[in-house]
Design a protein around this ligand. Structure first.
Ligand code: ADP
Length: 188
């Protein structure tokens, strides 16, 4: 079965499930912090939709297609997870699904203000959508996509904080072309 057909079938199946949560975010790239939230959410919800935001203003490192492909690969053996992308307002995307809860993770107090504003704004745009916050786990409270990219860009190891597939993709992204390395004498 082709990928789009499989996704369409899965979406239909999700529409007939009552207890669905949507986990929106940039996932640029997905980390074990995100994955931990999804796994814990699956204890509460029957199904989780991971919705990757197409927001070019954030100047993502990975294209939407690349992010979709990574997240799909990671959850390929988890039938209760569907991976999708959306443009524009979350409430408009949610209206097309039957999710009633938006799932967000909270790491530190610094996350709180932004998340509080977003949740309040979404609630003002649609009373159909409520936001549920899950506290980060002790192993991943310091993990964010932004710091993962920063560390990887500088050549630091991010193994154990993101899946191996993401480690590989980060290495590919940040590899400098050989000619450039030679030009500036790094291989001397
Ligand atoms: P956004 O750009 O929408 O904030 P992110 O991909 O950075 O998207 O994050 C999506 C959600 O996951 C946010 O609610 C964020 O707080 C949460 N999150 C990110 N990293 C972690 C982590 N290590 N532990 C728990 N929640 C996290």
């Amino acid at each position: 079965m082709r990928r789009c057909e499989m996704v369409r079938n899965k979406k239909e199946e999700f529409k007939n499930t009552a207890n669905v949560a949507i986990y929106p975010g940039s996932f640029d790239p997905i980390t074990y912090g995100h994955i931990d939230i999804v796994e814990r959410a699956l204890v509460i919800f029957d199904k989780v939709i991971i919705a990757i935001a197409e927001n070019e203003e954030k100047r993502p490192l990975f294209s939407v297609e690349e992010r979709l492909q990574m997240v799909e690969e990671i959850f390929k053996d988890t039938p209760n997870v569907i991976v999708d992308s959306f443009k524009g307002l979350l409430v408009n995307y949610v209206a097309k699904t039957n999710a009633k809860v938006s799932l967000r993770g909270l790491r530190a107090t610094s996350d709180f203000e932004y998340e509080f504003h977003m949740a309040s704004m979404n609630r003002s745009l649609s009373t159909q959508l409520d936001t549920l916050f899950m506290m980060t786990s002790k192993d991943y409270f310091f993990v964010s996509s932004r710091t993962i990219k920063e560390v990887a860009r500088l050549g630091g190891g991010v193994e154990g904080l993101v899946p191996d597939l993401v480690v590989t993709r980060l290495r590919e992204k940040f590899k400098l072309p050989v000619t450039k390395r030679k030009q500036i004498g790094w291989d001397d």
